[in-house]
Write a protein that binds this ligand. Structure first.
Ligand SMILES: O=C(O)CCC(=O)C(=O)O
Ligand SMILES: [Fe+2]
Length: 236
């Protein structure tokens, strides 16, 4: 397993360089990081996404992830930006490595020391939700075949808000139970803020409580996010 930032109580802070990771939930482990991107960087990522071309989202569509039997519905559109798209995307991978305390080399397409070892980071997924669009609660981990000895899956999610949404569009963790309060957790999208959460537990099992979704967009402001999924290091 990779290193996991501790989350002992809500409001606990970890300082990494210029960032402060603030614990928003202990179970599941969710951290909020303000000013992960500047407003200009947010615009630039949206522009790169628009230039690439957005397509209606499917569930867990990526080179590495397989579809699960999740019944979640996802009405947004998205595209993928590889790490080497621009200086900015390269920098975002470097920042993500620093933030998660993971060797940035592991986020390269191929690990230097072994051509068989694929990157543990997916391409950056850019997502746009328009009015009325949502992503119902789901897990980001995928369930590998039970014949696969190494049950590798999405270890952590770095979700970056690329704009501020006034009406709806909150990220919701409906199963978050904290301080005996089962109301769940909702985070309003704020441009440049990142949310880091772990889809796995420290013992290597998946975390059922990491289930989350995006509330419906209620107003006329679209919601834009970037997802960076990081896999656990056991590569079969
Ligand atoms: O847009 C959000 O707030 C959550 C997105 C999400 O859960 C996903 O794309 O897997
Ligand atoms: Fe998700």
């Amino acid at each position: 397993m990779h290193y996991m930032h501790p989350a002992q109580y809500i409001g606990q802070e970890h300082v990494i360089g210029d960032w402060t990771l603030k614990v928003a939930s202990v179970t599941p482990r969710v951290f909020i990081i303000d000013n992960f991107l500047t407003p200009q960087e947010c615009h630039e990522i949206i522009r790169l996404g628009v230039d690439k071309g957005l397509k209606p989202s499917t569930l867990h569509a990526s080179a590495t992830a397989r579809e699960t039997n999740d019944t979640a519905t996802r009405s947004s559109s998205n595209t993928w930006l590889a790490r080497d798209t621009s200086y900015l995307t390269e920098d975002i991978y470097q920042r993500a490595a620093k933030l998660t305390n993971i060797d940035p080399d592991l986020f390269q397409k191929f690990h230097e020391t072994s051509a068989q070892h694929h990157s543990i980071a997916e391409s950056l997924q850019i997502v746009r939700y328009r009015k009325g669009e949502e992503y119902t609660p789901h897990h980001d981990f995928v369930s590998p075949s039970i014949n696969n000895r190494f049950q590798g899956t999405r270890f952590a999610t770095l979700l970056i808000y690329l704009n501020t949404v006034d009406e709806g569009g909150e990220t919701r963790f409906p199963r978050a139970v904290n301080n005996y309060n089962a109301a769940g957790l909702e985070i309003s999208p704020n441009a440049g803020t990142a949310v880091l959460f772990y889809n796995m537990l420290e013992d290597g099992n998946v975390d059922d409580l990491s289930q989350h979704g995006s509330n419906k967009i209620l107003g006329n402001t679209n919601k834009w996010v970037a997802n960076l999924w990081i896999w656990d290091p056991v590569i079969g």
